[in-house]
Design a protein around this ligand. Structure first.
Ligand code: F6P
Length: 362
């Protein structure tokens, strides 16, 4: 096995709380545990495309407890511009993977830790196979949709923020006798909506995995009213579709399309069907920033240490994961392929139904 002296680390994809805590764990374990240097690469693969390459050695002295508490990523990140399909100013696309690998080689690294979600891991793995890069992955995504790990860094904080959102909406809903609709992120998976909805006492939770009928939602609100309740709380995952089966999306600068706006559609339909005064809150990127919860700090620390130790053991092309109260590692290919949405027959859906929460179906 080749001797390891110097490793790289990068954050890729949408940011989330806990990324800096992973970086801290990587730096501390690599330097104190193995005597290695750690190079932080800026803005995911974009830093490797830049010339000069955007990267710097990370000094363990900078990784005090402060960084553990800090949201975002000190390295920067990007969730666009796949180097294999890189957009050009004239609208065409080119493969710039060779330049990324060249940038990696310039840094003289023996291995790389990529902190990302499924999309980032797929790109990084392709680069690793093409460029002979010794890659280890750490799962992060507020969406918690990566396969083979029960949790990803950032997810716990996002659920907390969404739950606090409901906590803040409930008193004002009750004061004004309103229906409050909270739209949360999660991309194509309803994990944030379902978990925060249960934890925050929602009456209605709509997730993309369970088709809804607005008549069922209206019936729930009517039933609450009949039982003497003067307000209702609804959580809607951003990828829930309209009744016509259309996704509600926003076109961002540069042609990047994101979900956003289904809360307004559902709110308007509830108002039409029930006559209830309805207000909509789109929680958005509040779910990604802020200080990580203790749970996210813990998972970040566990994953960071294990990722470094995998490199020390020469076990590459793997992703660290959490399963059955243990840190494990799985082939990166399996993690990428094993997309994990909400199981409509799973324990949490059963819990929601057991609590009488309307999931939009009969
Ligand atoms: O994947 C994380 C995520 O926050 C999704 O939940 C959301 O749909 C998307 O990223 C938003 O992306 P952007 O940061 O480009 O607005």
């Amino acid at each position: 096995m080749a001797k390891i002296r110097r490793i790289g680390v990068l954050t890729s994809g949408g940011d989330c709380a806990g990324l800096n805590a992973v970086l801290r764990a990587v730096v501390l374990r690599a330097s104190q545990g193995h005597g290695w240097e750690v190079v932080g690469i800026r803005k995911g693969t974009a830093g490797l495309l830049a010339r000069p390459v955007e990267a710097r050695e990370l000094d363990p002295a900078d990784f005090s407890g402060v960084i553990l508490r800090t949201g975002g990523t000190i390295l920067g990140t990007t969730n666009k511009n796949d180097p294999f399909d890189y957009p050009q100013p004239d609208g065409t696309r080119v493969d710039r993977s060779g330049e990324v690998i060249e940038g990696y080689d310039m840094l003289g690294l023996d291995a790389l830790i990529g902190i990302g979600g499924d999309g980032s891991h797929a790109i990084l793995r392709r680069l690793a196979l093409q460029g002979g890069i010794n890659l280890v992955g750490v799962p992060k995504t507020i969406d918690n949709d990566l396969g083979h790990t029960e949790v990803s860094v950032g997810y716990a904080t996002a659920v907390d923020v969404a739950t606090y959102g409901l906590d803040h909406l409930q008193p004002t809903a009750a004061s004004h006798s309103r229906v409050m609709v909270l739209e949360v992120m999660g991309r194509d998976a309803g994990h944030i909506a379902l978990n925060a909805g249960i934890a925050g006492g929602a009456d209605i939770i709509l997730i993309p995995e369970i088709p809804y009928g607005i008549a069922h939602v209206a019936a729930k609100i009517e039933a609450l009213k009949q039982a003497g309740r003067n307000f209702a709380l609804a959580v809607v995952a951003e990828a829930v579709k309209t009744e016509d089966g259309e996704s509600v999306t926003q076109l961002q600068a540069g042609g990047h399309v994101t979900y956003g706006g289904i809360g307004h559609y559902i709110g308007a339909r509830i108002a039409e069907e029930t006559g209830a005064e309805t207000r909509i809150t789109v929680l958005g990127h509040l779910q990604r920033g802020g200080s990580p919860t203790p749970r996210d700090r813990l998972m970040a620390s566990i994953f960071g240490v294990h990722a470094v130790d995998l490199i020390a053991e020469g076990r590459f092309d793997r992703m660290v994961a959490w399963s059955g109260r243990r840190v494990i590692d799985v082939p990166l290919a399996d993690a990428i392929a094993g997309y994990r949405a909400v199981d409509p027959a799973g324990a949490l859906v059963c819990t929601a139904r057991g609590l009488g929460i309307c999931l939009g179906d009969a």
